[in-house]
Ligand binder design. Structure first.
Ligand code: AMP
Ligand code: GLY
Length: 447
């Protein structure tokens, strides 16, 4: 038996735990910040253990791991990586399939990431500038005619980026926001990144990296905006879909190849700069534009919800993949079922502005089971057999089928089996939404 340590407790971690536990020779040990009913059940069933504590404390995670014969660990969320949990485990002699604090800097320091790619001539960057003073920041915004994305350098839970035409009305508001960020030190960094505003369709490419080579997973499209028709405030992601051919209906194989090549060059650049390998899951957020594929950002982890899409169809053994990554040597590309997936997130009423919390959910078990959907708990807790909501996304429901259209129906029927003070985006994965994506690509002349 192998003892595997997972740190984290969202729906993404539930999907990781579920994939790990498909291997009957693995015991799951989970260190979590709340009592996640799904992960706790998997840990118990596999013969492992779980505990609740501060997942961002390297000392607490290490203390939980100690004496348990952990053969492999996977610290999962961004802030856990940025806190150096991987580093502490490695020092304690526990192999990890996740990046160190230094390697995850690709995610937690956007200025560092853009500079690295520029210095090593990795293609795919929009026009950008890094600023620590207002005057130069404003001049750059003027030079882009006010059409920009303004980003704090540090981690902000996906909510700090503002773009002209969306969260910012015009160049004047962009300047105001830049000024505000420079004085607020949001995310703990004094500098900000400003980029030209790109137009195109976004897609997520997640890849396993053993430090030398990366292995891409099926492409996924997430939906960051809260409301149907892609309007409203940004969220952590309201749902996502992937296609049976592992591309997306509006993309060609060349888009994926281009994105994968940017990611391969990135881990090579990181190695050249630091002398160290990037071990872990690398997630590229890309946009297909009329000037080709552009990199919007990196995450040094699985995406949430995207992890639920890809791990639900992973055929290869995730423990073996992680083990080889940790040993800096993957031997072959992981395999995925040729199925389409649609994930919809149930979120609390009021999310993402002001969530109503601590509400019981009523789940019709039979209807949920009959839907055939996979169920991944996120920000919920269990008390006396009832599931209660917290302030963030509640439950991810994933349909798997031969086509996106069928998978969408499965996910939708699973959503209807759960009632309470929650709601979801009904348009994700529907034919109408997919048509809009394709039309958008045509309209902007994307290639
Ligand atoms: P990020 O946190 O960097 O992924 O940014 C959040 C969202 O802002 C992205 O998913 C995009 O929708 C948008 N965004 C970021 N950078 C740009 C850009 N240069 N042009 C247009 N939109 C952007
Ligand atoms: N789905 C976006 C993220 O995981 O950051």
């Amino acid at each position: 038996m192998k003892n595997f340590l997972l740190v984290g407790n969202g729906a993404r971690e539930h999907a990781i735990a579920e994939a790990i536990c498909r291997n009957a020779n693995v015991r799951l040990f989970a260190f979590m910040s709340a009592n996640h009913p799904g992960i706790a059940a998997l840990a118990r069933k596999s013969g492992g253990e779980f505990a609740i504590g501060d997942i961002h404390s390297p000392a607490q995670v290490e203390a939980f791991a100690e004496g348990k014969g952990i053969s492999l660990a996977f610290p999962s969320p961004d802030a856990v990586l940025a806190a150096g949990v991987t580093d502490a485990l490695l020092i304690a002699g526990v192999p990890c399939a996740a990046p160190t604090k230094e390697a995850s800097r690709l995610e937690w320091d956007k200025a560092y990431c853009r500079e690295l790619l520029r210095d090593f001539r990795v293609p795919g960057a929009p026009k950008f500038g890094i600023f620590d003073n207002e005057k130069e920041a404003h001049a750059f915004i003027d030079a882009c005619n006010g059409e920009v994305a303004v980003k704090p350098s540090g981690l902000t839970g996906g909510k700090g980026v503002k773009v002209t035409g969306f969260q910012l009305k015009d160049g004047a508001e962009a300047k105001q926001y830049a000024t505000e960020l420079l004085s607020a030190k949001l995310g703990g960094k004094v500098n900000i990144v400003i980029e030209e505003k790109l137009d195109g369709e976004e897609f997520s490419l997640q890849a396993f990296s053993d430090g030398s080579k990366i292995y891409g997973m099926p492409l996924v499209q997430d939906h960051k905006r809260a409301y149907e028709g892609d309007v409203g405030p940004n969220t952590g992601g309201m749902g996502s879909y992937s296609d049976a051919n592992h591309l997306l209906p509006f993309l060609k194989r060349e888009h994926r190849d281009e994105a994968l090549s940017i990611m391969q060059k990135t881990i090579e650049a990181f190695r050249k700069k630091t002398g160290k390998p990037f071990i872990g899951v690398l997630y590229g957020g890309f946009m297909a534009t009329k000037n080709g594929v552009k990199l919007i950002e990196y995450n040094a982890r699985f995406g949430d919800p995207e992890a639920m899409n890809v791990l639900s169809i992973l055929k290869s053994d995730l423990y073996t993949i992680f083990e080889q990554m940790a040993a800096h040597k993957m031997t072959k590309a992981p395999e995925f079922e040729k199925k389409a997936t649609v994930c919809k997130y149930l979120v609390p009423e009021g999310y993402p502005v002001k969530s109503v919390t601590d509400q019981p959910l009523s789940i019709e078990d039979l209807t949920l089971e009959e839907s055939g959907a996979r169920v991944f708990y996120a920000s919920v807790y269990e008390k006396d057999g009832t599931i209660y909501t917290q302030s963030s996304r509640s439950i991810g429901l994933v349909g798997l089928a031969g086509t996106i259209e069928e998978a969408e129906k499965i996910s939708e029927s699973a959503c209807s089996a759960i009632s309470g003070k929650v709601w979801h985006r009904k348009d994700i994965g529907t034919p109408e939404l997919l048509k809009r994506r394709t039309e958008h690509m045509k309209r902007i002349g994307a290639r």
